[in-house]
Design a protein around this ligand. Sequence first.
Ligand SMILES: *[C@@H]1O[C@H](CO)[C@@H](O)[C@H](O)[C@H]1NC(C)=O
Ligand SMILES: *[C@@H]1O[C@H](CO)[C@@H](O)[C@H](O)[C@H]1NC(C)=O
Ligand SMILES: *[C@@H]1O[C@H](CO)[C@@H](O)[C@H](O)[C@H]1NC(C)=O
Ligand SMILES: *[C@@H]1O[C@H](CO)[C@@H](O)[C@H](O)[C@H]1NC(C)=O
Ligand SMILES: *[C@@H]1O[C@H](CO)[C@@H](O)[C@H](O)[C@H]1NC(C)=O
Ligand SMILES: *[C@@H]1O[C@H](CO)[C@@H](O)[C@H](O)[C@H]1NC(C)=O
Ligand SMILES: *[C@@H]1O[C@H](CO)[C@@H](O)[C@H](O)[C@H]1NC(C)=O
Length: 774
Amino acid sequence: MYISLVSVMMIATLSVCKGHHEKNCNVFPKDLHIEVGSSVELVCQTSCSNGKFFWTLNNKNISESLSKTINSTHIALSLRNFTQSSATVECRSSYTDQILGGIIIKTFSKPENIACVLHVNDGWPHDFTCTWNHHMNSSQTINYTILHDSLNEICKSQVPKCASKDWNTVNSIFSHISNSTIIVRAKTAVWEVYSDPYTFNSLHIVKISPPTWTVITPSSDHLYVEWNPHCIQNNCHCQVKYYKTSSSNDKATKYLSRRPSHFSATTEDLESCIKYNISVRCAFNEALWSNWSQEITVLTKLNKRHIRLRLWRNVAKQGKNGKRNIHLMWKGIPSTCEEVLNYTIKQIPYGDNTTTGNYTYTSCGSSSCDVDVGQNTQKLYLIVSINDALLAEDSVYVPAVAQSLPQVFSIQTTTHEGVIQVSWNASEKTISSYIIDWTHDGNQYYWKETTSTNATLFGLLHRKPYNITVTPLFNDSTGHGSQANQICSSIAVPESVSVRDVEVNDRSAFMKWETKSQDTCSGVITYVIYYETQGRPQFNVTVNGNEDGVWLKDLKPNIQYSVIVEARGYNGTSMSKKTFFTTNKFDSKLIQTLSVCGGFLVILVLSLGLTCAIQWKKFNEKPVPNPRLSSVAKWLSQSHQKMEGFFQPITDQTENQVITDETQREQGAPLNPVCNGDKARNKKLMVCDPSISPSPESEPDERFSESQVLSSPEGSMVFSSSQSSPYRSQDSVEPLLPRVEETSKSDLESKKQEKTTQKSVYVSLNMFEQSDVR
Ligand SMILES: *[C@@H]1O[C@H](CO)[C@@H](O)[C@H](O)[C@H]1NC(C)=O
Ligand SMILES: *[C@@H]1O[C@H](CO)[C@@H](O)[C@H](O)[C@H]1NC(C)=O
Ligand SMILES: *[C@@H]1O[C@H](CO)[C@@H](O)[C@H](O)[C@H]1NC(C)=O
Ligand SMILES: *[C@@H]1O[C@H](CO)[C@@H](O)[C@H](O)[C@H]1NC(C)=O
Ligand SMILES: *[C@@H]1O[C@H](CO)[C@@H](O)[C@H](O)[C@H]1NC(C)=O
Ligand SMILES: *[C@@H]1O[C@H](CO)[C@@H](O)[C@H](O)[C@H]1NC(C)=O
Ligand SMILES: *[C@@H]1O[C@H](CO)[C@@H](O)[C@H](O)[C@H]1NC(C)=O
């Protein structure tokens, strides 16, 4: 029951499918391989769909003109000159844009450019090789077969080259007098194509072996080349190829053709002492050229006619013994020459026409020489000879030291990327040209001549200081050379930069750095100082390359910072190692100021205390005037010139004796010591000379008058003239110090010396005087 139902459904489905199949759509033929450039016609069965039908090629609509309707269920497409290597063509219906069917068209081409060579070795053919081009982008294997018109298949391969070494085949081709024709067939599993026929004459495709020995003989001005051709019956012609080893481009290559039976050649005039590469090839009659023989490299000989000897010299500053060192240098003989040449310098004092031949000769190396000359004008000759035969000669002039000659001035030098530019000024009009010479080590000199007042020096060594001399040439002579300031060819950044010192404050730090370099020519354009503290952005300061220190500002107190110095030069940078420093907690200047102030304060307090203590002591010990102990004297009138008996001492009080002139005299002490201090007003202790006594007449007013009262605890004594007191003086009963008496005495005497009309006289003894006394 169930089974029959399923069967009925299956049958129904099948019948529906079958109905669809009848209304199938498709494109014919399937998977097409056509030859490039050929035409193809496609048919599309459209019975499964309605609407308008059209074709697409690689998803692009194809012009409707190429399409045509065959009948109600078929349309056709004609493609002409189809060249695409692979393309998808589809047939579509505009109704729901349905693809009714499609095919892939692939193209293939036929082998082209067939060329065949018959290799002949010493008259015998040994292989027949053909090559061709075949543009194929499919990866499928292609079987190629060479079909000969009379020999059928002669060679098979799967690459576009085929060589037959079969003796029979090769020999029959070689001996085939008339033309031969071959065709190359290319065959894959799905297609097959034949090349166009290729016709050749066997004699024209013969290729002989290249010459196997070639002998080259260099002479002073050319090369002589000989070789052995591998030719049949000596009826081949050859070609010689040569070029400078240093320049192998085709333009510089030269060819020499040799007619049959000429198997040697002589090159044209070649440059002296230059390496050339030479090779030879030959061809049998009009057949193909053989390969080039192996290249041979030969150095040409020095040709005397090519020598353009040019001599120059650099005159050093006057050295020992008044001799000048002349560094001679020359050009014109290639350094590559292998010939052994003799170089001799002949020194002739200029203007010496005597032919005694007693000249100084110096043997030299191959490119420079040093000789010493005196201060006079000299002419130096360079003689180049080979085996005692003169090759070339040149001379140079060395002016006398004192000779007045033109000279260039204001030499300017600039350097840029390893090239030095030099320019100078010259006022002299007769100057024909200038020689500029330069050296970096004093041994190796370079020089060139220029007619302009500038020059560019190339090919310099890096980072070397150069000494440059410019010498004018005029008439037949040379002027004095002028040397430019030493200049570096290039400047390198120093290899090492290091932080030397950091002086820290609380909010700033002063850091210094230093650089070290092996090179004399080192320099820095700018320094960039990077400093940072953990977790904060990096700061930087840029300073000029001349500086070696910088203030780092806006720092935070008591924080560790790291700092790096980067030196930036023309050619790069160099970095210092990271250096750490920690800022101070407080401003060191403030601390300094505070400690200085504190010190001062302490000293002040101490000294004040000391003073007070002294003064207090003094005050305590100050004797109170005791009238009982005082002496009384009668005041004598001013007209009284005599000093004697000025005061009457109380004799029974010897310890409190008032010293009078008289007593002093009696004691053998001179009167009124003269004080160097000179003025009593001078509060400093005066140095007194007791040996000089001023005459009392000259200073009548200076003597003490009327009274002298000792008062005031500070030790000042008041002498009051207004008081008609008979007391003259009051000395301490016990002098404070051993010399106080002397002091007071001298003071007293000073007072006497002071010419004054004032009635009162104050004498103050301040404490510092006393301490000075002490
Ligand atoms: C339409 O043309 C195709 C190809 O020519 C042919 O096979 C087909 O039978 C034709 N159909 C009708 C209905 O004529
Ligand atoms: C050989 O072919 C060349 C062209 O390739 C033709 O000029 C010549 O006449 C032919 N010779 C003979 C003998 O067929
Ligand atoms: C190509 O040649 C090889 C052997 O030479 C052969 O096995 C192969 O079937 C050939 N292929 C075609 C497509 O002819
Ligand atoms: C040649 O020179 C030498 C030294 O320079 C000197 O002693 C000698 O007298 C000179 N001879 C003549 C002929 O001038
Ligand atoms: C370059 O010139 C300076 C100054 O005249 C001199 O001291 C120095 O020796 C010269 N250097 C060389 C290599 O000649
Ligand atoms: C000399 O200077 C002129 C003008 O500045 C410049 O054109 C010329 O190239 C310079 N010559 C050399 C050799 O540097
Ligand atoms: C220096 O710092 C500034 C910002 O402070 C930044 O823009 C600049 O790139 C820094 N320079 C270098 C060389 O790092």
